[in-house]
Design a protein around this ligand. Structure first.
Ligand code: KG4
Ligand code: ZN
Length: 336
C-alpha cells in the first residue's frame, strides 16, 4: 500500500510518499521560515499564498523522488485541521483533486493525530496503553492511547502552547523566529539555575499546563536587566537555559504523573518541540525511572512533515474511514 501525505496546516508545505506504513519513499518539506521571519510569526495570508505556489511542484518532485508512479498510489492522506483555514484549504483542495482524478480514497487526518503517528514510522511496535505528549507551536496536549488510533485527552495547556512560549520568549530576547531551536542551542551552554523561573501549574492536581506566567517572568527578567544593557552571550545562555528548563520540567512532570496514574506502559513524545534536546533527554530519563518504554521520532519527523500525515492515513485506510468528496477543512477540529 502506497499513500501520499499532504500537510499545509501552518507554515510548511510538506508532501511524502509512504509504502506499507514503514518505508518513506519521499519526504519533502518546503519551509516558509524566511517569509515570516521579519514579522516574528506566521502571517496567515502570506502562508496561504506560498502554499498555493509550492504545492504543485512539491507533489511532482515527491513523485519523482519516490520512484512510484502517481497512477499507482492507493490513497491520498491530507491534514483537514486544525490550523490556518486558508492554508488548510490549499492542501485539502489539492488532495481532493488528486483523489478524484486518480479515483482513490481521500483520508482525512487531524494534525495532532499526524504528529502522534510520526512515532509509529520508526517505532511500529509501541506497547500500549501509552501516554502521548504532543508539543508543538499551537498545541500542548497529553493523551492516553489504549491502542493506535484510540485517543483520550487527559489534559492540555490552558493558555500558551509550549512552542508558543519558546517562540515568544525568543522574540522578547531578540533572538529571532522560530525561537525553539535558537533557545535549544543557546541553553546548552547556559546554567539553568542562575536565573530562577517558576513552574506554573505544577501542583494543579490535573494534567493541564500553563505557560503564560512564564512569559511574564521572562519579561520581568528582561526589563529588570535591560536587553541592551551589556548582556553578554553567557547571560543569554543562562536565561535561555532557565526558561527552557522550567518549560521542560512542567511537561515532564505532568507526563510522568499521567504514566503513573493511568498505568501506562509507554511514553510517546511528538510535535515540533519534541525536537528539543533537553526535553528528549528528560523524557527518556523519566521513562527509565518509571520503567516504561519511550518513543521519540527523529527530529525531522517531530516538526511538521508529510510522512506523519501519510502514516496517520494508514490507520484511517485500515478502518475504511474515507473522506467524502465535499469534505471541508475545519480549523478548530478537536482530537478527543
Ligand atoms: O509541530 P510544529 O512543526 O508545528 C506546529 O504544529 O505548530 O512545531 C513548531 C514548534 C515551534 O514553536 C518551534 O519553535 C518548535 O516547534 N521547535 C522547537 C525545536 N524545533 C522546533 N522547540 C524547541 N526545541 C527545538 N529544537
Ligand atoms: Zn504540527
Amino acid at each position: 500500500m502506497v499513500i501520499m501525505g499532504i500537510e499545509t496546516s501552518c507554515d510548511e508545505t510538506a508532501v511524502a510518499v509512504l509504502q506499507n506504513g514503514k518505508d518513506v519513499l519521499a519526504d519533502l518539506v518546503s519551509s516558509q521560515v524566511d517569509l515570516h521571519k521579519k514579522y516574528g510569526g506566521v502571517v496567515p495570508e502570506l502562508a496561504c499564498r506560498r502554499h498555493i505556489e509550492v504545492i504543485g511542484p512539491l507533489v511532482q518532485e515527491a513523485v519523482e523522488k519516490s520512484g512510484w508512479p502517481l497512477s499507482q498510489l492507493d490513497a491520498i492522506s491530507v491534514t483537514v485541521g486544525p490550523g490556518l483555514i486558508g492554508a488548510l484549504l490549499v492542501g485539502v483542495s489539492f488532495g481532493k483533486s488528486l483523489s478524484y482524478a486518480l479515483k482513490i480514497p481521500l483520508l482525512p487526518v487531524h494534525h495532532l493525530e499526524g504528529h502522534i503517528a510520526a512515532a509509529f514510522i520508526e517505532h511500529p511496535r509501541v506497547v500500549f496503553p501509552a501516554v502521548a505528549l504532543v508539543v508543538s507551536g499551537g498545541h500542548t496536549n497529553l493523551y492516553h492511547l489504549s491502542q493506535k488510533g484510540h485517543y483520550r485527552l487527559l489534559g492540555k495547556t490552558i493558555d500558551d502552547a509550549a512552542g508558543e512560549a519558546l517562540d515568544k520568549g525568543a522574540r522578547m530576547l531578540g533572538l529571532g523566529y522560530p525561537g525553539g531551536p535558537v533557545i535549544d542551542r543557546l541553553a546548552e551552554k547556559g546554567d539553568p539555575d542562575k536565573i530562577p523561573f517558576p513552574r506554573p501549574y505544577r501542583f494543579s492536581g490535573n494534567y493541564d499546563f500553563s505557560f503564560s506566567g512564564l512569559k511574564t517572568a521572562l519579561m520581568q527578567v528582561v526589563s529588570r536587566n535591560g536587553r541592551d544593557l551589556g548582556w553578554d552571550d553567557s547571560c543569554y545562555s543562562d536565561v535561555a537555559a532557565g526558561y527552557q528548563t522550567a518549560i521542560v520540567e512542567c511537561l515532564v512532570e505532568k507526563t510522568a504523573l499521567a504514566v503513573e496514574k493511568e498505568k501506562a506502559k509507554g511514553i510517546i513524545l511528538v510535535g515540533g518541540v519534541a525536537a528539543n534536546t533537553l526535553l528528549r533527554r528528560r523524557i527518556k530519563e523519566a521513562g527509565g525511572r518509571l520503567g516504561v518504554e519511550t518513543y521519540i521520532p527523529s527530529a525531522r519527523y517531530c516538526t511538521d512533515n508529510g510522512a506523519m500525515i501519510a502514516m496517520a492515513g494508514v490507520l484511517h485506510y485500515e478502518r475504511g474511514h474515507f473522506a467524502p468528496i465535499d469534505v471541508s477543512p475545519d480549523p478548530n477540529i478537536e482530537l478527543i
